[in-house]
Design a binder for this molecule. Structure first.
Ligand code: HGY
Ligand code: MN
Ligand code: MN
Length: 397
């Protein structure tokens, strides 16, 4: 097949126009927002023009099918609340270009996918969770975003959803191209990363309930301040985690909602997200035990209630050895001595697909190691090289 780099870059820039933030090359395209649904319709039209059969499943995952048993290539096209133009979008447009080029060349059959809600507005990799059967659609429907909206009500905005289902046995394997989103390739000047494994994640919503009261009249010793309890909880977690983690373990309180969020009110309630990631499943579990114990301790010490919702997560997973070998060979052919094997610290749909299909991932460098921010970027020469390596590996597979 002959890929067309100009067509690939033009489509990538067009996809960015859906939700372009106006700051750098940033994008605001959260799952099921009006602009995200519009971008999915545009993607579907590009798939149709390429001669692929378009299918949306009930959740809104979008497939462009090559019409017979095929290799699946893709990623996601939703964004974080403040996202970059490449996170996910790159892998979808790379899949589109490779599927299109292979159609033009008369084969091999290659299909493309854009998974829905990879960025976890509602869950963690929700689209591929449901597609691979890890989560039932009815359970996904009950998930809520930070505003309390259910996934079910959000997906009902997509009239396209709910067609004939797309089963995993239509495919021989899955390839996902992605920006690295970290500093390793940028610092080493390598141009390609072949992913060996993807870390596991645990994510939980926690609510601290104290006593809302007047900030002028309530003496310090009588307060049950939910925000102060969160601060104490965080400090204690850092202390306890530090006893068992490695330098590669990460944890984040990324979303905090203080109620009623007013200067003169002792906060009565705080809800927050707590997330931790590691390549070792046993360590993820040990960290969960620390979280549970610390919540109990802080509740007693601060006179508040600390309620944890069910912990969601995905286990660490290895990439398929044969798929890795094809990516390595293609990297060595097209970027000799300028590629490396590496683990992924970010989560990807490939982590969900790996247990059901032979799966591999390829990274290109992120300038400055920046992602999940408006100024995420990659040199266009690196984007095109990554596409060429992916296309060669797809043909070999
Ligand atoms: O959070 C992640 O690792 C992914 O970008 N959703
Ligand atoms: Mn991504
Ligand atoms: Mn992301």
């Amino acid at each position: 097949m002959t890929i067309n780099p100009q067509r690939f870059l033009a489509d990538l820039h067009t996809l960015r126009s859906f939700g372009a933030s106006g700051v750098g090359k940033g994008v605001v395209r959260p799952a099921y927002s009006a602009v995200e649904i519009a971008s999915r319709r545009w993607l579907a039209s590009r798939m149709q023009e390429a001669g692929l059969e378009v299918r949306f499943d009930a959740l809104g995952n979008l497939f462009g099918l090559a019409g017979e048993k095929s290799l699946l290539v893709g990623s996601h096209s939703d964004s974080q609340p403040e996202g970059g133009w490449l996170d996910g979008a790159l892998g979808v447009i790379a899949g589109l270009e490779i599927a299109r080029a292979s159609k033009e060349a008369g084969g091999p059959p290659i299909s493309v996918v854009s998974f829905q809600d990879e960025e976890g507005r509602f869950g963690v990799l929700t689209g591929s969770d449901v597609w691979t059967g890890r989560m039932a659609l009815a359970d996904a429907d009950r998930l809520t975003d930070t505003e309390g909206q259910t996934l079910r009500s959000a997906r009902q905005r997509m009239k396209e959803g709910g067609g004939k289902s797309v089963t995993t046995d239509l495919f021989t394997g899955f390839l996902e191209m992605h920006i690295e989103q970290g500093p390793v390739l940028d610092e080493s000047s390598d141009r390609i990363g072949v992913v060996t494994n993807i870390v596991g994640i645990r994510n939980v919503k926690v609510t601290v309930k104290g006593r809302q009261n007047h900030a002028g009249t309530t003496p310090m010793h009588l307060r049950r301040d939910a925000f102060q309890a969160l601060v104490a909880l965080n400090a204690r977690l850092n202390e306890e985690f530090s006893k068992i983690v490695t330098p590669a373990t990460v944890w984040t309180v990324g979303h905090v909602d203080v109620h009623p969020n007013a200067s003169s009110v002792v906060p009565g309630r705080v809800s927050f997200s707590l997330q931790w990631r590691d390549a070792d499943k046993a360590r993820l579990q040990a960290m969960e035990e620390i979280v549970r114990q610390t919540c109990t301790e802080i509740a007693q010490a601060c006179g508040v209630a600390v309620e944890m919702e069910p912990v969601m997560g995905i286990d660490p997973v290895a990439m398929d050895v044969r798929v890795q070998a094809a990516l390595e060979q293609a990297s060595e052919d097209l970027a000799p001595g300028q590629w490396r094997q590496m683990p992924s610290g970010a989560l990807h749909d490939a982590a969900n697909v790996a247990p059901v299909l032979p799966t591999g991932m390829l990274f290109v460098p992120s300038i400055g190691g920046i992602s999940h921010a408006f100024d995420e970027d990659t040199d266009e020469e690196d984007l095109v090289l990554g596409l060429e390596v992916l296309a060669r590996a797809a043909e070999a597979l």
